[in-house]
Design a protein around this ligand. Structure first.
Ligand code: ATP
Length: 276
């Protein structure tokens, strides 16, 4: 069937939980968010019998929003990994890729594949580009059709409490989202820039497996990195880690130079023993 063909095309975007390298423990700070996600997602996926009807229903939509590089993607991956859910990583480019041809069929295949792989997390990165505000002048345009198709399948999930599929999305531009889409996210979680204490925790986490000088003042580092995101802190650590490597290479090159000089000197002494 056409759907099967499209499912095959979606498959490369699926990462089984066992192959996701990120855990909650790799994420510095963000404690409250990690706890909320564990309660909202992991518990219903692991113990669905506790969420069967009544007031408690498994959550089907969570939006993570905030500035770039604050750990939204990391949180999504860790969540899939630790809840044992397959991770379907979707973005506008996946849906619109020329290989996929028909965007609506691709979305249909996405949801049907997720149902087969459940428990599953459909992660939509940069959701504003895929499900942004409707442009009323272009009612029949492809973006609108994509949104409608996505919402139809999502609503299908919302009406069935036993489907163990979650739509998890991330954006840096929450205000660009279509209102109808925002409403479908039962939980909207802000992942902001790290505070002073959080920066200290993130720096400690990023450097926890590295050989570092004794007595590094993490508080001072955190103080001097106001406004940095987790990703900025990571880049800072990577840059710092290059320094000893660069020094080592320079020392090695220096040694090679000295050895070559000595060899030249020895050779010329052999040829002309009087030269000193
Ligand atoms: P974007 O909105 O640009 O997609 P994002 O919020 O999804 O960004 P991530 O991709 O999760 O951010 O983070 C980028 C990188 O920054 C991560 O791979 C990680 O190395 C580092 N990082 C960010 N936040 C943290 C954190 N709290 N603890 C440890 N590392 C972090």
């Amino acid at each position: 069937t056409p759907d099967n063909e499209f499912e095959k095309l979606i498959r490369p975007t699926v990462v089984p939980a066992s192959q996701i390298g990120v855990t909650f423990d790799d994420i510095g700070a963000l404690t409250d968010i990690k706890e909320s996600l564990q309660e909202l997602v992991m518990l219903p996926l692991k113990r669905p019998e506790l969420f069967n009807g009544g007031l408690l229903k498994p959550c089907k939509g969570i939006l993570l929003f905030g500035p770039p590089g604050t750990g939204k993607t990391m949180l999504a991956k860790a969540l899939a990994n630790e809840s044992g859910a397959s991770f379907l990583n979707i973005s506008l480019s996946t849906i619109m890729s020329k290989y996929y041809g028909d965007a609506e069929k691709t979305i249909r295949a996405l949801f049907s594949l997720a149902t087969k792989l459940a428990p599953a997390i459909i992660f939509v990165d940069e959701v504003d580009s895929l499900l942004g505000q409707r442009d009323r002048r272009n009612e029949n345009e492809l973006p609108r059709r994509i949104k409608n198709e996505f919402m139809t399948h999502w609503d299908g999930l919302l009406s069935k409490s036993n489907e163990r599929i979650l739509v998890l999305a991330a954006t840096n531009r929450p205000f660009d989202l279509d209102e109808a889409i925002v409403r479908r996210f039962e939980h909207r979680i802000m992942v902001g820039l790290p505070t002073l204490d959080s920066r200290e925790l993130i720096l400690k986490k990023l450097l926890s497996k590295e050989k570092i000088e004794e007595g590094i003042d993490f508080k001072e580092l955190a103080t001097s990195t106001e406004g940095y995101s987790g990703s900025d802190l990571k880049n800072l650590c990577v840059t710092a880690a290059y320094r000893p490597v660069r020094e080592l290479i320079q020392k090695e090159q220096q040694k090679v130079k000295i050895r070559r000089k000595m060899q030249c000197k020895l050779r010329s002494q052999k040829r002309n023993p009087k030269v000193r």
